[in-house]
Ligand binder design. Structure first.
Ligand code: ATP
Ligand code: MG
Length: 293
């Protein structure tokens, strides 16, 4: 059955992005399943990132730890007008950090890291690179589930080492070899760029602010270029556990060829499976706490 925007009643705004606005929306047909979705409405008709996101989610949204696509709402032209997505009640990790107003501890961060890695593992197995991993694109369930969202910058590679260094995604979380492909020529692995971004995001959750620049500094192009390409990789403070410090260091290896792979990181003690249930509970507790604020 074909869907249209008018099939949905918009209830509230969940978030704004570059591409458009995401609403909670109820399907007007009472038997619709699920009754309430996150409706991502693209601002521009024919937005190429909308077509890309629909294509990638059609391929990958059955994967665990990837946000589920329920319906593509077509526009008159080629690109979709909107996507009906699984509603993630905890919002994004950027939102959680903002609402908490303080950094997160290692245990809930381990739950984020482990589930994001599982999501990346599934995506990379499908030859999908995300290219825009950051706290605002990691979404939370009420029980501490984490799912990867926002595939507007993603790409399906035709070959394993398909070059895809083209400039998409948010510069702040971009790996050195993507930021400056010429300086890092010969050191290129499209999947490793997602690992760098995850490392920056994880460290941001621990510090409570973007880790590559001094707190409060505007992330303009020149400052980011200096920090990402010419600076030392940032590290957690000495007070952090040895496991956490090592995990972050393995993600933020400046040379892509030396950076840990997703599979290696899934074996890292910081995200050990035996602690996964505990870690998720700690994350769920934070989500509940932020709800009450
Ligand atoms: P940007 O360009 O800023 O990365 P975008 O326009 O591509 O954003 P999204 O990242 O998909 O849009 O969504 C914007 C925000 O809306 C998210 O950061 C999140 O807060 C909220 N959001 C998106 N999808 C969902 C969802 N399925 N459930 C709950 N909240 C969501
Ligand atoms: Mg986003």
């Amino acid at each position: 059955p074909s869907t249209s925007i008018s099939d949905y009643e918009r209830l509230s705004v969940l978030g704004h992005g570059n591409g458009g606005t995401v609403y909670t929306a109820r399907h007007r047909r009472s038997s619709a399943n699920p009754p309430v979705v996150a409706l991502k409405i693209f601002a521009a008709a024919g937005d190429p990132s909308a077509a890309r996101e629909a294509e990638i989610l059609a391929l990958a949204s059955d994967a665990p730890h990837v946000v589920r696509l329920h319906a593509v709402v077509p526009s008159a032209g080629e690109a979709p007008a909107a996507l009906a997505l699984e509603l993630m009640p905890g919002g994004s990790l950027a939102g959680l950090l903002r609402r908490l107003g303080r950094p997160m501890g290692e245990r809930p961060i381990a739950a984020v890291a482990r589930q994001a890695l599982l999501g990346l593992d599934a995506l990379h197995a499908l030859r999908v690179v995300h290219r825009d991993l950051k706290p605002s694109n990691l979404l939370l369930g009420a029980a501490g589930e984490v799912k990867i969202a926002d595939f507007g910058a993603g790409k399906v590679l035709r070959r394993r080492l398909d070059p895809c260094a083209s400039y998409v995604g948010t510069a702040a979380y971009m790996s050195p070899e993507r930021f400056d492909p010429e300086a890092y020529a010969g050191d290129y692995d499209p999947y490793a760029a997602d690992v760098w971004s995850l490392g920056v995001a994880i460290l941001e959750l621990y510090l409570g602010h973007f880790p590559l620049l001094p707190e409060g500094q505007r992330p303009d192009w020149a400052a980011l270029m200096c920090a990402i390409c010419f600076g030392e990789a940032p590290e957690p403070p000495a007070a952090a556990s040895e496991e956490f410090r090592d995990f972050v260091a393995r993600c933020l290896e400046k040379k892509a060829g030396r950076r840990a792979s997703v599979a290696e990181l899934l074996d890292h003690p910081f995200v050990a499976e035996r602690d996964a249930a505990d870690a998720r509970q700690a994350l769920a507790a934070l989500v509940a706490q932020a709800d009450d604020l």
